[in-house]
Design a protein around this ligand. Structure first.
Ligand SMILES: [Zn+2]
Length: 247
């Protein structure tokens, strides 16, 4: 019990620190975005609705069952005996990802401006332009628009959540996930980096894409980076031949 409380507190602190870091990067304007972690016993620790994610303290976080029911929780250092607030309106999206991906232990949802610009333009980040992104992140698909805060968002990303670790949400933002919060947050940074470089390449005259053979070689190098095999049915990269119309 004592060990579990200590682990909970560690995750609570990690979520607060990640919220501050993503806020400083400009990915979480005002009260936007939400973060969650799935604990070893299956419960979910999530950021509360309406709070600035850069100003959270460990006691602000909400504990839920996997079906979304909120658990009463208090940790040492939380503010008095305050009742827990409501979980983020996007918690349904997080729960959907956890149900589809047993390997996922953390979910980050944010509004990084350039990647969100691509989501608003209706464009996936799936053109093979950056070698490192091809290896570490994978192609980022675009999920169709769904009203933020509704269960429809979970439904819109469901077809992609098993085939990618990052998804653009049309006219909304980005969601990333991984085996821990650090990985999910790093993927959010990588998505924004990929979006920035793609935009700059277009301003500089247009990206020269990698060839299919170059992409294959990059993907085959994943084990050297200690990365697991690609997800089954991973979203394919658009390579140079695809854009030029060659087969
Ligand atoms: Zn959002």
């Amino acid at each position: 019990m004592k060990a579990q409380v200590a682990t909970d507190l560690r995750h609570r602190r990690e979520i607060c620190a990640t919220g501050r870091a993503l806020r400083e990067l400009g990915f979480l304007p005002a009260a936007a975005g939400n973060l969650s972690v799935r604990l070893a016993d299956g419960r979910i620790l999530a950021t509360p609705s309406g709070a600035a994610k850069g100003e959270l303290t460990p006691g602000d976080l909400i504990l839920l069952w996997a079906d979304g029911a909120v658990l009463p929780s208090r940790v040492r250092g939380s503010r008095g005996n305050r009742r827990p607030g409501a979980p983020s309106s996007e918690i349904q999206m997080h729960l959907r990802i956890y149900s589809l991906r047993p390997d996922v232990r953390a979910v980050c949802h944010a509004h990084p401006p350039v990647a969100t610009g691509f989501a608003v333009a209706g464009r996936a980040l799936d053109r093979a332009a950056l070698g490192e992104t091809a290896i570490l992140l994978g192609a980022v698909p675009l999920a169709p628009y769904a009203a933020p805060g509704t269960a429809d968002v979970g439904e819109s990303i469901a077809p992609f959540a098993t085939r990618a670790n990052a998804v653009l949400l049309a006219n909304h933002g980005v969601v990333t996930f991984g085996e821990d919060l650090r990985t999910a947050a790093q993927r959010m940074e990588m998505v924004e980096h990929c979006a920035r470089v793609t935009l700059l390449a277009e301003l500089a005259g247009g990206a020269k894409l990698l060839t299919r053979a170059q992409v294959r070689t990059l993907l085959e190098s994943r084990p050297r980076y200690g990365l697991p095999p690609l997800l089954p049915g991973a979203i394919p990269w658009i390579a140079a031949e695809d854009e030029s119309g060659k087969q």
